[in-house]
Design a protein around this ligand. Sequence first.
Ligand code: GLN
Length: 544
Amino acid sequence: MKTNYIFITGGVVSSLGKGVAAASLAVLLQERGFSVRMQKLDPYINVDPGTMSPHQHGEVYVTDDGAETDLDLGHYERFTGVPTGRLNNITTGRIYSSVIAKERKGDYLGATVQVIPHITNEIKEFIRTSEGQTDFALVEVGGTVGDIESLPFIEAIRQYANDVGRDRCLFMHLTLVPYIRAAGELKTKPTQHSIKELLNVGIQADVVLCRAERDISKSDREKIALFGNLPVSNVIAAVDKDTIYRVPQALRDEGLDDVVLKHFRLGAPKPDLSRWGALADFITSPDRKVRISVVGKYAGLHDAYKSLHEALQHGGYANKVGIDYDFVDADEIEKMDDTTLAQRFNKTSGILVPGGFGARGTEGKIRAIQYARENKVPYFGICLGMQMAVVEFARHVADLPEAGSTELGKPKDPIISMMTEWDTTSGKAKRAADGDLGGTMRLGAYPCEVVGNTLAARIYGKKDKGEIMERHRHRYEFNIAYKEQLEKAGMLFSGMSPSGLLAEIVELSDHPWFVGVQFHPEFKSRPLEAHPLFASFIEAAVKF
Ligand code: GLN
């Protein structure tokens, strides 16, 4: 099989939703019978986004093979259902480390190591991992054309098209066509300039996708086509949508998939997008909603909890109920008295504490968990949210008032603490107590044995005990030395690592729905196939 390549670049401004556009095109191709693979090339110098604050970069998406990647990979997986991994995301940092390591080993045989050809070759080698795997490879270049950082990537894709043949490559450029209120007009000039900028580095855009607030008139499209040196049919409007799950249909309506197939001289049956349409209609106008309060610390930052937000929507769709997503700042809970706290959660049907790092806000999270436990509000704790649920239970039920996590201080009873060495045999995670911060976590998919006859077993559809695989991203663990004491007090350890040493799932049997998981189920939830934990949590919230 020869793979066709679609390279996606961005222009004018960042944050135009290149990832969603690329993933939506991938859905259209899949629905027309083609197989797809997606890659993201990130121009920043961090080796991976693992060390970046969610304030800077949004969530870090974790793959089965333990790669810490850009959140666009979450879109790719949610839209296409194709799992991603290490070979789907690369950064300038990783490219340079690899080239420098080769140079130190003498692999370049005395040559002067340069951006062209050594860095560009390394990038092309990465892209080439797609060859022969699928009908289409969609390769998204992060950043905006004209940035200094993205130049080697743009140069590499230009060369790549030359290497494999221009007829096997399509360049799709996503730009912004801003609406100027004072003039009452859409402006095409930034797009014209951006197409030229791309041409300056040797790339003629084949398709221009124009992000706009409102529909783009025929004459504006003609203008872009004329200046951009492409047929007017290949100037596609991408008008803002009420939900990202409507984008595949919107691009279909504009004829994007037809233009793409025509470019590659391919024919295929029409796509069936009815399932996506039903999902989008439901998400934007559900008959009723349940309020889920998410207690975290990145207030107002949607991207910081991207997968979580999506997984809740999926869980809602599975139960035919909309999600009233209520973000609660953990710091604020710390300052509230009991009456204010009860008022704050008055309309809440489910409380969720997501993953997180560092001490700030943790006491507020613990209070929210205590509220959920005592008032029998469905509670879902993910990673840090599981650890804090264990701390809360230890302090208030298991007679360990000074229990805590060593991540947050030096507690008398370190019931959450760090192991100095992880399972080094799998090669997935290595850890030295004094090692670098980057790459020191338990990362990726690990097996968990679900204990029979528990809520967890019912949720995962396991009659007796059974194994599941879930993705991890954490440094700290439940300290097994305290297991018996917590069990005696009524905490059920319903999921354990095969070694029996690492707690994976905890629950409370005298509560309608109280589950804490050490892993991140949100990464594996799909729009049309909600993760069972999210589906069950929302079901409990509906019943509350
Ligand atoms: N900070 C905690 C740990 O490192 C939890 C991490 C998380 O929630 N992803 O173990």
